[in-house]
Design a binder for this molecule. Sequence first.
Ligand SMILES: C[S@@+](CC[C@H](N)C(=O)[O-])C[C@H]1O[C@@H](n2cnc3c(N)ncnc32)[C@H](O)[C@@H]1O
Length: 213
Amino acid sequence: MGGITYDYMERYIRDLIPENNDFLKELEEYATEYNVPIIQKEGAQFLKTIVAIKKPKKVLELGTAIGYSALTIYQSNKCKITTIDRSADMVAKARENIEKAGAKEDINVIEGDVLEVVKGLDEKFDLIFMDAGKGHYNHLLDDILRLLSEDGVIVADNVLFRGMVANDDLVIRRKITIVKRMRAYLEMINEREELVTSIIPMGDGIALTTRRK
Ligand SMILES: C[S@@+](CC[C@H](N)C(=O)[O-])C[C@H]1O[C@@H](n2cnc3c(N)ncnc32)[C@H](O)[C@@H]1O
């Protein structure tokens, strides 16, 4: 159990989710073999659902890894995706996968630290998926809101961080800063008048945020 939900519940939900196509399955196998942290199955399904509702034209993703979540979004809804990762190895692998998937023209992978790269962006995105810089979601929020289209949505992953964010007894000492900052992020998105948020205890915890109309 990841400190968020029950094993039997996760297993049941996962078993209901249809298998991905062969290409995404290959990426899942690669991630398992090389220990690359990609979004959990139910999180990917949540993203697909949001994408089916929103039909975003432009997506910003923080944290590319091997391109799995970007390609999951893309295959659900062909759109323009900008995705950022600071690891040169991950960026190279993601670009290779994106090319193999025939999505090179639509998915732009930027190598760099999300904290710096988002500052230099100046366009609007209908969906922003936060999956990198977990100790900095609170610092990223103002830039993310600047980049979010009027009726755009933010999906932030890992917000309950193995349960530690909700329960001091679970906190590992060396993770205390991430936990404090993640709590700050959750407080900010809940307290700001202009925003409405739902925190979902799924996977490692997902926060879904949009602007109040
Ligand atoms: C959880 S993985 C992303 C998984 C991917 N979204 C998926 O589900 O397929 C997080 C990625 O963020 C990158 N990362 C972590 N901190 C970062 C930062 N401050 N700036 C840019 N990338 C960062 C790591 O290199 C890693 O590849």
